[in-house]
Design a binder for this molecule. Structure first.
Ligand code: PGD
Length: 819
């Protein structure tokens, strides 16, 4: 066992608020070379972030500390990392250009991308270069030469949304001459399949709220979900209200089951029954439960008749009449390594109790990931509890505090990307000249002209020669880093705008330093689901070094194309923020609430809203259950589609018209070439890759690398001890990581979190070895299926060995050399 504390929840449960943050004691601001000048007088400024709202404490003209907002019931232990990110050595200070690009022009010596050899240039020169390249590429290659899809988690805030701002510039300045991207890396498979099955995206919808779950659920199942870890963050400003629900449920002492290869924070928090399933086999296990329900006549015939369509077409498959393979518990057990008797017991337990099947998203972020949530819905339909208090299924209890009751609030609009505002550009879609499913970016660059399927349509990849990336880090987030490295070699120009020297910035030709949220003013809702407050995100410090706001950078670029006024609409930062607030305030009378005028709100820094009693009783699908004719689902039949005629019409081999167990391209137990499955779930102490460049890393890194959890049996067989550097590899690449030997991970599975910065080795292993631990060096780059084309970031089998060579310090955490 590791001597480290990897159970954040128990520590978090004891230490709250300022005490907990102070107790970390690891991020003393004195360690900084602090050139920051406060933008406000000494005191505290309330602001907001993906990690929650907090006060920035200013003393002696400097930002010196953070304190969680008093209305946050469970502040994230990552807050001090935010403060460090603003001044860490990985801060981008000046506009920089790759030396070979500057000397040789676009596309010169692409192999020197990532070698950290940059030349500092003035802002004027940098903007001239960027606008010149945008124009050259669009003149030379037409409207689809530039990729502006630029996926990523950026920062919170309704104005400084760098991705909308970039596309706004491309829309108003270049008539929308760019390739856009649709969907996201989180729920790529589910958000496409669920509208066919349930008529909504489902993954971003309000859940049956926690007070109802606490009251009515008897058995709470977390199927590949770890809300205690992942609810730390939100897309807007995290409220952390989900933790109240988790704590209340714990007090009831009712049954919690965690189905996960890893004994998650949630499993430990609840002291839950842990079922360490073999990765990528959840659909088989669900089928085994479904088969038991049917053969023991425990399924809800009335519910299936009244609320679903197509069970009769699924049943022959379940019973093995179509493929000679009945999906018995024994059959499932062979695949998922959960004992057959336990699978049968689960069927009986779920049926005889009010059961909530709460699933995370990792089980759909894998090859054939569409099947996982479709089968979960089918299983929930057979149990017949959808629409009853505390029963059914939920796909968002682990995300952004889903299930936190919603307030009676006003919701802010944000800056638009200006799409559709362009006249006379017939080829333009709402935003952009073409669009690809977001995870297909490397495939697109490598295969111009290739046809691909996507949700019933056949499209062709455009030829992209320039990439402009803001607010995202593809050299951490994109499965199969190797393909991305290859793709990058085909590009003539790469521009990256960030405030951190991420691996993606290091792979750029032109790097522009952006401000962080704390160097500008903004506004945001608190709570993605609860929307229970609006916070003024007030500027804390002056922009660091030569950083500029994304808004100003794109306004200047728009000006180069004669479109500054179209971009700014004649408004500055505060005018936009005021406009968003006043527009939201117009909703107030219809909601029967009063809100202060903008100046009073800004002065107060926050407004909070009441949560009506009725919203504390919300039950998802109660209306549909009450009256399926008057409240039909948005599917073609108006019912839950266990069989989809629309998907049948698409005729995809890799996505059949009802849920099925489909072998993934690689997994354990099928003569797998490598003996371990790599679990690449989300980190405890970062938001994806954000904050990896900060001192927070010292609280979790092992031997200076990303931690790798390995079972004692596996470690012993390979002579690996706790704290050793290990080499994890497969045919696609290799990474170094630091071993944590623990029985909290099942045998034959190792776990390394996604989001570690790609830190290429020098010399012979350049491009094949990452010295820090970017898991995507090892994952597969294919789409989930022809239907959704989602990413397969969890699909990878690997081997692991003790590393005995000379391990270099990961270069990615240093400031690149300046010419
Ligand atoms: P982040 O680390 O959040 O990762 O991928 P994503 O690219 O979103 O990157 C955001 C970047 O935006 C950071 O570099 C940050 O510094 C920058 N940024 C923040 N604010 C600003 C700003 O105001 N201006 C500018 N210009 N830049 C800013 C996450 C993605 O990874 C996601 S969402 C998921 S769900 C996937 N998860 C997995 C997984 O589970 N397993 C694997 N193997 N791979 C995954 N990849 C995906």
């Amino acid at each position: 066992m590791s001597g480290k504390d990897h159970t954040q929840i128990s520590r978090r449960g004891v230490l709250k608020g300022a005490t907990a943050l102070g107790a970390l004691g690891l991020l003393a601001p004195s360690a900084w070379v602090n050139p920051a000048r406060a933008a406000v007088a000494d005191g505290e400024v309330l602001t907001g972030s993906h990690w929650g709202a907090f006060y920035a404490k200013v003393e002696g003209g400097k930002w010196v500390d953070v304190r969680p907002w008093e209305s946050d019931p469970h502040p994230s232990h990552q807050l001090p990392g935010i403060m460090d990110s603003v001044m860490s050595p990985t801060r981008i200070q000046y506009p920089m250009v790759r030396r070979a690009f500057l000397e040789g022009g676009p596309g010169a010596a692409p192999e020197t991308r990532g070698m950290n050899d940059f030349v500092r240039v003035s802002w004027d020169d940098a903007l001239e270069l960027v606008s010149g390249e945008l124009k050259r590429v669009s003149d030379t290659y037409g409207p689809t030469g530039i990729f502006g899809g630029s996926y990523g988690w950026k920062s919170s805030g309704k104005l400084h949304n760098c991705q909308s701002l970039m596309r706004r510039m491309l829309n108003v300045g270049l008539n929308g001459s760019f390739v856009n991207a649709s969907g996201d890396y989180s729920t790529g498979a589910s958000q496409i399949i669920m509208p066919h099955v349930m008529g909504t995206l489902e993954v971003y919808e309000q859940q049956t709220v926690w007070p109802v779950v606490v009251e009515s659920t008897d058995v709470l199942v977390f199927w590949g979900a770890d809300p205690v870890r992942t609810n730390q963050i939100g897309w807007t400003v995290a409220d952390h209200d989900g933790y109240v629900g988790l704590e209340e449920f714990k007090k009831t002492g009712k049954k919690v089951i965690c189905i996960d290869p890893w004994k998650s924070h949630t499993a430990k928090f609840f002291d839950a029954e842990w079922i360490p399933i073999r990765p990528h086999t959840d659909v088989a296990m669900m089928l085994g439960i479904a088969h038991t329900l049917y053969t023991e006549e425990l399924h809800d015939v009335d519910f299936l008749d009244e609320y679903t369509s197509g069970f009769d077409k699924f049943l022959p498959y379940l019973l093995g009449e179509t493929d000679d393979t009945p999906k018995t518990a024994e059959w499932a057990s062979e695949i998922c390594e959960v004992p057959a008797e336990q699978i049968k017991e689960l069927a009986r337990l779920f049926q005889s109790n009010r059961t909530m099947l709460s699933s995370g998203w990792s089980i759909q972020r894998q090859h054939h990931g569409e099947q996982s949530h479709w089968m979960l819905v089918t299983l929930a339909s057979m149990l017949g509890q959808i629409g009853l208090p505390g029963g059914g299924f939920g796909l968002s209890y682990h995300y952004a505090n889903g299930g936190a009751p919603s307030a009676n609030s006003i919701v802010l609009p944000g800056i638009s990307d200006g799409g559709g505002a362009v006249e006379g550009a017939a080829w333009m879609t709402d935003a952009g000249a073409a669009s690809i499913p977001v995870s297909r970016v490397a495939e697109m660059i490598l295969n111009p002209g290739k046809e691909f399927n996507f949700n019933g349509k056949t499209q062709t990849f455009p030829e992209v020669k320039m990439v402009y990336w803001v607010g995202g880090n593809p050299f951490a987030h994109h499965p199969s880093t190797q393909e991305l490295i290859e793709g990058w070699k085909r590009l003539e120009t790469v521009v990256v705008q960030d405030f951190q020297w991420t691996p993606t910035a290091r792979m750029a030709d032109i790097v522009l330093p952006a401000t962080s949220s704390y160097e500008r003013n903004d506004i945001e809702n608190v709570g993605d689901y609860s929307a229970r407050a609006i916070v003024a995100m007030k500027q804390v410090i002056e922009p660091m070094y030569e950083a500029r706001n994304d808004f100003d950078i794109f306004a200047d670029l728009s000006e180069k194309f004669g479109a500054r006024d179209k971009f700014t609409e004649g408004k500055d930062e505060m005018a936009w923020i005021k406009g968003f607030y006043e527009s939201a305030a117009e909703q107030a009378p219809a909601r029967g609430i009063e809100v202060p005028g903008f100046d009073d709100f800004w002065e107060a820094g926050v407004i909070e809203f009441e949560i009506p009693e009725a919203n504390k009783q919300f039950v998802r699908y109660a209306d549909f259950r009450e009256d399926p004719l008057l409240e039909p689902l948005g599917t073609p039949s108006g019912l839950i589609e266990i069989f989809s005629r629309n998907i049948e019409k698409m005729g995809y081999d890799d996505c059949p018209p009802h849920p099925m167990w489909m072998e993934p391209i690689e997994r354990l137990g099928t003569g797998s070439k490598f003996p371990f499955h790599l679990d690449t779930a989300h980190p405890d102490s970062r938001l994806h890759s954000q904050l990896n460049g900060t001192k927070l890393r010292e609280t979790y890194a092992v031997a200076g690398r990303e931690p790798c959890l390995i079972n004692p049996v596996d470690a012993e067989s390979r002579g690996i001890a706790d704290g050793d550097i290990v080499r994890v590899f497969n045919d696609r690449g290799a990474i170094l990581a630091g071993a944590i030997v623990t029985d909290e991970i099942r045998p034959n599975v190792i776990r390394i979190s996604e989001g570690g910065w790609y830190s290429p080795a020098a010399g012979a292993e350049a491009g094949t070895l990452c010295e820090y631990g970017d898991v995507n060096m090892l994952t597969v780059g294919i789409g989930t299926s022809s239907l959704a084309q989602g990413n397969c970031g969890h699909t990878a089998v690997v081997d692991v060995e003790k590393f005995t060579g000379e391990a270099g310090d990961p270069v990615v955490f240093t400031t690149p050399a300046e010419g």
